[in-house]
Design a protein around this ligand. Structure first.
Ligand code: ADP
Ligand code: ADP
Ligand code: ZN
Length: 209
């Protein structure tokens, strides 16, 4: 299973990917997570990406394509993978097409106001990567990770301002991917406003069809 999850910021890509990798036993490739790791480590690449990510822009196609190209060669991708957050531009999609043959592309769709509300309430665990939501999926103890006990943090770009900019960037640069993959005949869309479990069920049904 080689698949892509498309969706605006906070559509629920990471949440669904975590469930799908368990179900299918495949690798989860989140370009956002990979970039945040580089930023945290203070690498050259991280320093280059940091200021762009903070204001909700996209890092260069060249840079992100090089990262993905290396990542999908790794052993854990042999059984398949979920790309979460890549491609984000048609240029990236065209390059990806040269690298691998995809089975399916899932588009998680929801209106902007829903995504803005979700993203400003998002909390993540810096240690194990678990994702919570103050409004919709709170941790059992406030601000503490259920899985590992670490104090939860908020992403720097999960503010109303950077969030709105990221939504605009999505509409301008990433939404054309919906047409691109519809033409390829491998796109299916799910309603991202449903419950997390409902969405997972619908995606698995669509993927296994
Ligand atoms: P993305 O990876 O697309 O940016 P996430 O999976 O991180 O999105 O989800 C964004 C936020 O919304 C998180 O706080 C998550 O817990 C929450 N969330 C995800 N899916 C849903 C859903 N179907 N309903 C309500 N909240 C959700
Ligand atoms: P979200 O989960 O909210 O959709 P991500 O965690 O996927 O956001 O990405 C965070 C940031 O990392 C993006 O706003 C962008 O700056 C950068 N980024 C991630 N993936 C890509 C990509 N494929 N192309 C360009 N920039 C990317
Ligand atoms: Zn944790």
């Amino acid at each position: 299973m080689k698949m892509v999850l498309i969706g605006a910021p906070a559509a629920g890509k990471g949440t669904q990917a975590a469930r799908l990798v368990k179900h299918y036993g495949i690798a989860h490739i989140s370009t956002g997570d990979m970039l945040r790791e580089e930023v945290a480590k203070g690498t050259e690449l991280g320093n280059e990406a940091k200021s762009i990510m903070a204001v909700g822009g996209l890092v260069s196609d060249e840079l992100i394509i090089a990262i993905v190209k290396e990542r999908i060669k790794k052993d854990d991708c042999k059984k398949g993978f979920i790309l979460d957050g890549f491609p984000r531009t048609v240029v990236q999609a065209e390059k990806l097409k040269e690298m691998v043959e995809l089975d399916k592309v899932v588009y998680i769709n929801a209106p902007d106001d829903v995504m803005l509300q979700r993203l400003t309430a998002r909390q993540t665990c810096p240690k194990c990567g678990a994702t919570y939501n103050k409004l919709f999926l709170p941790s059992k103890t406030e601000d503490i990770c259920d899985v590992c006990g670490e104090k939860l943090t908020q992403r720097k770009d999960d503010t109303a301002e950077a969030g709105q900019k990221r939504l605009d960037t999505f509409h301008e640069q990433s939404e054309p991917l919906v047409g691109f993959y519809t033409k390829e005949g491998i796109l299916f869309e799910v309603d991202g406003t449903q419950d997390i479990d409902e969405i997972t069920k619908e995606i698995i049904k669509g993927l296994d069809a």
